[in-house]
Design a protein around this ligand. Sequence first.
Ligand SMILES: NC(=O)c1ccc[n+]([C@@H]2O[C@H](COP(=O)([O-])OP(=O)(O)OC[C@H]3O[C@@H](n4cnc5c(N)ncnc54)[C@H](O)[C@@H]3O)[C@@H](O)[C@H]2O)c1
Ligand SMILES: O=C(O)CC[C@@H](O)C(=O)O
Length: 410
Amino acid sequence: MKTSFPKQDIRVLLLEGVSQTAVDVFQRAGYSQIEYHKKSLPENELKERIAEAHIVGLRSRTQLTADVLEHARRLIAVGCFCIGTNQVDLGTAERLGVPVFNAPYSNTRSVAELVIAEAIMLLRGIPQKSMQCHRGGWAKSANGSYEARDKVLGIIGYGHIGTQVGVLAESMGMHVIFHDVETKLSMGNARAAASLQDLLQRSDVVTLHVPETPSTKMMFGAREIAAMRKGAVLINASRGSVVDIEALAEALRSEHLAGAAVDVFPTEPKSNDDPFVSPLVGLDNAILTPHIGGSTLEAQDNIGIEVASKLVRYSDNGSTLSAVNFPEVSLPEHPKSRRLLHIHKNVPGVLSRINELFSAGNINIDAQFLQTDAEVGYVVIDVSAGEDQADELKAKLATIPGTLRSRVLY
Ligand SMILES: NC(=O)c1ccc[n+]([C@@H]2O[C@H](COP(=O)([O-])OP(=O)(O)OC[C@H]3O[C@@H](n4cnc5c(N)ncnc54)[C@H](O)[C@@H]3O)[C@@H](O)[C@H]2O)c1
Ligand SMILES: O=C(O)CC[C@@H](O)C(=O)O
């Protein structure tokens, strides 16, 4: 069958060692051109490889900037095999007609479990005690060691991860308070704090679970750290840009904070072969982990299946359900029709031009699906047409002013 992109020609570029389960999903769906890289690529190589790719899969290291996306002339979709999508210029991707998908839930439990473990470790002063043992010391003492029971946990960002942390913490007898910019339903006995300041003043453990956005960049600086109780501990497994790392280092050195656990950093090594540099290195009261909050085999395998399935569904069927930057449509299969896709700038008159084109050609529309957002309109048209006719229609659709992409799906 004549389609814009026959499956055997669709090139899938998978970066950063995404789980083998993703490769399996593509292969089972009939995609054979899969280029797999265990690491992220240097920018020049990325631009070269992305120029050939129709589908790209990445994790948090690969930066899909506007400049990189300009090189991606064949790109039809991007998959972030993680929760965060801040590494992709989502606006540019949308304006190029490229939907971006992620896995909003699959690693949330893994992060929550790590945070709970770290809260206990920090409350007991284990990082310092462990370091002393490594150096041949023996600090057998209860000083500075506390149970988690009856302590206050303050959660900043009460979303998928924050709520799970709260539920697990309550099962250990902690009192949970949270701060969010949205009104949130409390889980269990958790209560919204009156303000961020209120949360900071009341919490023994503060944990950050906000996304990277303009409003969260450096939201946790010297002022917020100073507002925390003396001897409290801080956990950041959200994004490195959220915390002023120099201010945190200072608070750990002065012991205003008893400890911190940090999984994400303002600058992270591009690969496991690159050195890790941070003002927190060498501080005994800091647990430092290499951005592995969501890195469990269970989470990565589930993410591989979830994101690859969304990419296959878009590529095979046109559905954009749960895309993070694109009008969402969930489409039924109409195997007896030809399916055409049209992605356009959301300006007046495009839909009527599309419909004129079909009525002028006396083509019966079996079904039509339209969704728009401020930037882009996405129309899916199922028609009773022959192969060549569909091809012709696609060419005509491409000439409508404002068109970003047009495609015969099947
Ligand atoms: N360390 C890791 O490996 C790892 C793994 C998964 C996710 N993450 C990070 O964790 C973040 C949170 O994940 P999630 O699944 O809970 O996301 P989510 O979208 O479900 O929750 C985020 C919450 O933060 C709130 N928020 C946004 N801006 C805020 C602000 N300025 N102040 C207070 N609250 C604010 C939102 O309203 C939302 O409730 C992700 O965006 C990602 O960056 C890290
Ligand atoms: O796997 C990664 O690289 C990122 C993990 C995490 O930060 C996420 O956003 O899901």
